[in-house]
Design a protein around this ligand. Structure first.
Ligand SMILES: [Zn+2]
Length: 230
């Protein structure tokens, strides 16, 4: 009987050892599994983000192509689409999501190309367009918003505001009044769009807009300059 108990005790001890060994292996396996998961996340997430970006860019291009085709058809019927405003109205009317052709809410600029009799238009997205051209368009759109604001301020006899909210490309940012030509360049660390303006007698005398790729500067004297215009 005593020997039996001894044997049973040994068996129990062996089982315990096995259990300990197993839990050690299980822990290592778990750590390895987590490491592999982390690696997969590190590798997959950026490519997933890139995949979404590419998909949005393609979606934007396709929507623009469709809108342009609709404009061309309308143009052929001889109906008047003589200004960009007409074209814009027509697109919002004809396309179910006319106001946001772009999946990421890029502002769509409609530019008349060719002569006045030619009613063909170019549509450029403020997010997915050519980097220089979109900087030019976003900059001049920002400037027009500042000028509009200055007009309303002038009518109300108010002071030139220190900040003006600019809305474009599905979001907004603040343009700041400045006292000096700051000569901002692209490549700012946070890569967000920025704008600064100087005002004299209610008119913009200096304006600068920078985004992650280019900059666009405007002075009343020289018009538009900056690497977006080179
Ligand atoms: Zn777009």
């Amino acid at each position: 009987m005593g020997g039996d108990a001894l044997i049973r005790g040994e068996i129990m001890a062996n089982k315990k050892d096995k259990f300990h060994n197993n839990s050690g292996i299980a822990r290592i396996t778990l750590i390895l599994l987590i490491a592999v998961l982390i690696m997969i996340i590190i590798i997959a997430v950026p490519s997933l983000i890139q995949f979404n970006r590419d998909r949005d860019s393609v979606g934007c291009k396709n929507a623009i192509t469709t809108a342009k085709r609709q404009l061309a058809i309308e143009g052929m019927t001889g109906k008047s689409l003589s200004t960009s405003k007409d074209a814009s109205k027509f697109i919002s009317y004809v396309m179910s999501d006319g106001n946001d052709l772009c999946p990421t809410d890029g502002t769509i600029y409609i530019i008349k190309s060719g002569s006045t009799t030619d009613s063909s238009y170019r549509l450029i997205c403020g997010i997915h367009g050519d980097t220089k051209e979109k900087t030019q368009l976003n900059a001049s759109y920002a400037l027009s918003q500042i000028e509009d604001k200055l007009d309303t301020v002038k009518k109300k006899n108010e002071n030139v505001p220190e900040e003006i909210v600019i809305t474009m490309n599905g979001s907004s940012f603040v343009a700041h009044k400045t006292m000096e030509n700051k000569g901002y360049r692209t490549g700012d660390r946070d890569k967000k769009a920025k704008a600064y303006y100087m005002v004299e007698d209610g008119e913009v005398t200096y304006f600068t807009y920078v985004d992650k790729d280019h900059c666009a500067n405007y002075t009343k004297k020289d018009g538009w300059t900056g690497d977006a215009f080179k």
